[in-house]
Write a protein that binds this ligand. Structure first.
Ligand code: AMP
Ligand code: MG
Length: 501
């Protein structure tokens, strides 16, 4: 299938392009051009990412680039394609999926792939229209850069362009295209695709490609000597464990952890109905389409393991020995809790354990963490505000602002007393410094996104810019922007975000 958008000369962005994924051969994708987006306009753009990619400072002023990132101009040197993958969705084998609305442009000389999401129909669009709407595109753009600001592994977003072209979802909306950037968009589902369809030569080619490009150490692993595929499974398990630990620590709920939305690089990808927790509710379900709560906040760590198990099954024809695959997956069970504990201790400013009593201190610290999470859940305390206030309070003795957040003041006081006794063993400045670098002041709360989207629909993109500015450096105070770090308004609880986007 070939949709040819524009026969004008190819646009030269001054970048050198490759497309190593394309070298895998046509079993892996369909070559095709994006579908033109009528009369596009800029919605948002990341100056910092543009700089990293080596696009000139004036790129945002370029009318030609606007056309290029909307899918209306071919970029010289690119080989555009949509890839095929499969996956488990909500626990069920869903068969063949694929890039139903994302088109890979290629890879820059620094090894960053650029993809246009919402760029039109592909052979994998199934019942979809190949488009993305403004609302979800702004959410994906802002959240990608917010995660980057939080130092959580993620695909990036260079820009969003919009159009007045109508798109039907639950209501009529308008179209947009996000330019996503990542070293690779290969998913667990790519492996499942070739494994489940018995295309084992392609499965091996894909695994070799991923190992050579991203996990070269797997070829020389001592633990799995001679079995780079088992080593790959272990390496992916570890990266995934670290990513999910970061989600849990910051209060991020992905919402659609299907295996086709899991990155082989352990990046957060496919931002849909995600949410940063407001009130701390461990069982929170952010996806309105997820009636059973399969992807509830506190289920994420187990779901990630379940997904890794699917990846392990897909890799079994290459790993060959089942015990090796199971051994590789085991690492998740140690890496995840260790990473989460390290992050939670950092949230509390617990810089170091006392050498002599480290085992006791560690058990004590674990109890401190468990107990505060219980209290936060019991009183539905705002998660981000609690940690930020605690960070500030650690610098002095004033805990009023923290205890104000709790209904059960005696319980809060008792915990705060234990905590202050523990902190007394740590140099004050160190703890506070660590906490202020670990507990963000700004997260992309649903209501903030909604407000920016509402204005963007009226072609006022100032809130997109403001949020991007705050979320790129979420640990800074940004005086004058207190409102963006405040409690959510009552109406925030009524925001419903579903899979449809
Ligand atoms: P998601 O839940 O967004 O990860 O999407 C699951 C699958 O459906 C992927 O293969 C997507 O490419 C595809 N898809 C989602 N929305 C659309 C759409 N509007 N048009 C075509 N394909 C879509
Ligand atoms: Mg997806």
């Amino acid at each position: 299938m070939n949709i040819v958008p524009d026969m004008r000369s190819n646009l030269d962005l001054g970048l050198t392009w490759r497309n190593s994924f394309a070298q895998l051969g046509e079993d892996f994708y369909t070559l095709l051009a994006p579908q033109p987006l009528p009369a596009p306009y800029w919605v948002g753009h990341s100056v910092s990412l543009a700089r990293e990619l080596g696009l000139g400072e004036a790129w945002r002023e370029s009318a030609e680039l606007l056309e290029a990132v909307s899918g209306n101009r071919q970029i010289a040197g690119t080989q555009t394609l949509a890839s095929v993958y499969s996956g488990h969705q909500f626990g069920m084998w869903a068969g063949q999926l694929g890039d139903g609305r994302a088109i890979l442009l290629g890879e820059t000389s620094d090894g960053m792939e650029l993809q246009l999401k919402g760029a039109g129909l592909t052979p994998y669009s199934r019942m979809g229209d190949g488009r993305a709407v403004l609302r979800s595109s702004i959410r994906e753009f802002l959240c990608s850069e917010a995660m980057q600001g939080l130092a959580i592994p993620t695909s990036r977003a260079l820009c969003v362009t919009g159009s007045d072209a109508p798109i039907r979802r639950e209501t009529m909306e308008t179209a947009a295209v996000v330019t996503r950037v990542a070293p690779s968009f290969v998913r667990f589902g790519h492996f499942e695709h070739f494994s489940h369809s018995g295309q084992h030569a392609q499965l091996k080619a894909l695994a070799d490609y991923v190992i050579d490009r991203f996990y070269p150490a797997c070829r020389t692993s001592d633990k799995f000597s001679g079995n780079p595929y088992a080593a790959l499974l272990e390496a992916v398990s570890e990266r995934t464990a670290i990513m999910v630990a970061q989600w849990q620590a910051v209060g991020f709920c992905h919402g659609v952890m299907n295996t086709d939305n899991m990155s082989i690089l352990g990046l957060t990808i496919d931002y849909g109905p995600f949410q940063f927790l407001d009130a701390y509710n461990p069982g929170h379900i952010c996806n309105h389409s997820d009636a059973q709560g399969r992807y509830a906040f506190n289920k994420q760590p187990n779901i990630a393991y379940w997904n890794l198990f699917c990846l392990g099954q897909a890799l079994l024809p290459l790993i060959e020995a089942q015990e090796l695959a199971i051994g590789a997956l085991e690492s998740y069970k140690t890496v995840f809790p260790a990473a989460l504990e390290r992050l939670m201790r950092a949230k509390l400013g617990l810089v170091n354990l006392d050498d002599e009593n480290s085992r006791d201190a560690s058990a004590h610290d674990r109890a401190l963490i468990e107990d505060i999470l219980k209290l936060l859940a019991q009183d539905r305390v705002d998660y981000t505000i609690f940690w930020r206030r605690l960070s500030h309070s650690s610098a002095g003795t004033d805990t009023e602002a923290v205890r104000d957040l709790f209904l059960d003041r005696p319980a809060a006081d008792a915990w705060l007393l234990r905590y202050s006794e523990r902190l007394a063993h740590i140099p004050r400045g160190l703890a506070t410094d660590l906490m202020l670098r670990t507990n963000p002041k700004f997260v992309l709360r649903n209501h903030l996104g909604e407000q920016a989207i509402k204005r963007a629909k009226l072609k006022d993109f100032s809130q997109v810019d403001t949020l991007l500015m705050l979320l790129e450096s979420p640990f800074e105070e940004h005086p004058g922007f207190e409102a963006y770090a405040d409690f959510p308004p009552d109406w925030a609880a009524g925001i419903e975000i579903s899979c449809s986007s």
